[in-house]
Structure formats: structure tokens, C-alpha cells
Design a protein around this ligand. Structure first.
Ligand SMILES: [Zn+2]
Length: 74
């Protein structure tokens, strides 16, 4: 599923940043402009799935550098 933001960013729905809104509510923010999508267009089950996917991708990005090695402070 491909999403396009008004700022020009385009990518997968789950490539956006998961943001906790409080009260058990989550949204996905555009990584470029921070525009928040509360996923109200999706039914609750699909919303939960997208948020889990976004969190998994975010953790993956944090844990691995592109080369698979820690960057060296040389
Ligand atoms: Zn945007």
C-alpha cells in the first residue's frame, strides 16, 4: 500500500513514524514533515496491524546499520 503526503514524501504506510497520541491512540507521522495521520480511514484491526508493522520497521532501522556493523567514531 503506497501513501503520498502533501509535502511530497511517498512510501509505504508503515514507513512512517509511529506516534503515541495518549489514551491508547496511535498515529503515524510523515518522516519528512511530521504530518500526523490518525489512520481513521482504516478499521481498528487494520490500524493495529499497520502500527505494529511501523514499530517493527522502526526497530529494525535502529538496530542495524546498512553495512551490518556499528559505525566507528574514527
Ligand atoms: Zn509529509
Amino acid at each position: 500500500m503506497r501513501e503520498v503526503c502533501f509535502c511530497g514524501w511517498a512510501g509505504q504506510v508503515a514507513d512512517r513514524e509511529p506516534v503515541y497520541l495518549g489514551d491508547g491512540e496511535w498515529g503515524l507521522a510523515c518522516p519528512t514533515c511530521g504530518h500526523l495521520d490518525r489512520l481513521l480511514a482504516f478499521p481498528p484491526a487494520a490500524r493495529r496491524h499497520l502500527l505494529e508493522e511501523a514499530r517493527r520497521r522502526r526497530e529494525g532501522r535502529a538496530d542495524h546499520t546498512p553495512t551490518g556493523r556499528r559505525p566507528q567514531a574514527a
